[in-house]
Write a protein that binds this ligand. Structure first.
Ligand code: SF4
Length: 261
């Protein structure tokens, strides 16, 4: 990739990340941030971008990269070492025993179990490391896919919030890449020479892949679809839904939106 293109990609990612950080007040002065590095390109892009963003940030913050061994990487985890250490960031590698046991006993499990285990362990490790923040590399595409998956399979309207708090309230979970598309994150990782070690199950068919394929197809036919979904996530009208908590409230009825019987 030519140098000026790489610089341009970096600027775009840092601008979008800065916008998300500012809009959702993701960081506070003196924060110590554990960045979950799953081995995929998005989390590596996040780590790299959070290092680069320190030059722009209005206050200092500390970073520590955390990688979990779940028995699913295609390459030995050490393949990440050179790049992460080259960023001047402390790197902590720990095991997620719950998932390693499932893998060792050949017990089938889906992404929901695997990612729940990973999240729980990341929270634990971030607390042990005295971090105030856990940063995850979910992109705008992940947020769209999560919204559709929750609507179609979990019976709720929900996505991945840019900021959330742990149950104990001692950790802030942030997703600084929520405005960055997967395509842009991929370009960023390529421009920075970040090697993703990916998981062995990434080629398996899954609901997630079906939703991705659907969204890709819609985007190829209607380029504005991704930005409309992102706009919808910030434009929720609870009174136009069925939740009993919000019914019985008088609202102006738009007859154009009432379907014919
Ligand atoms: S793709 Fe594999 S490693 Fe990734 S969340 Fe799903 S089960 Fe876990």
């Amino acid at each position: 990739m030519p140098y000026d293109v790489a610089v341009n990609v970096e600027q775009k990612v840092l601008d979008l990340m800065g916008r998300a950080m500012g809009r959702f007040s993701m960081l506070r002065p003196g924060d110590k941030v554990a960045v979950g590095v799953s081995g995929g390109k998005d989390s590596l892009s996040l780590l790299h971008a959070m290092v680069a963003y320190r030059k722009r940030a209005p206050f200092p913050y500390e970073l520590v990269a955390v990688t979990l061994e779940q028995g699913k990487f295609k390459l030995p985890v050490i393949a990440l070492a050179e790049k992460i250490r080259g960023l001047g960031v402390e790197w902590v590698v720990r095991e997620d025993w719950s998932t390693l046991d499932l893998v060792a006993q050949n017990i089938p499990h889906g992404c929901d179990v695997c990612s729940r285990n990973r999240r729980r362990r990341l929270y634990q490790i971030a607390s042990e490391l005295d971090c105030t923040v856990l940063a995850l590399g979910h992109t705008a595409d992940d947020c769209s896919e999560s919204l559709l998956r929750n609507v179609m399979f979990n019976g709720r309207i929900a996505s991945l919030p840019p900021v959330a708090h742990s149950q104990k309230g001692n950790l802030r979970l942030i997703r600084p890449l929520v405005y960055v598309t997967e395509d842009l994150s991929t370009e960023y990782a390529r421009a920075q020479g970040l090697l993703a070690i990916r998981c062995v199950c990434s080629e398996k068919e899954s609901i997630r892949k079906e939703i991705r394929a659907f969204l890709d197809d819609m985007r190829s036919k209607h380029p504005a679809v991704p930005s409309s979904i992102m706009a919808a996530l910030a434009n929720v009208n609870p009174y136009a839904l069925f939740d009993p908590k919000n019914t019985g409230v008088e609202v102006e009825i738009d007859s154009a939106n009432i379907p014919p019987r």
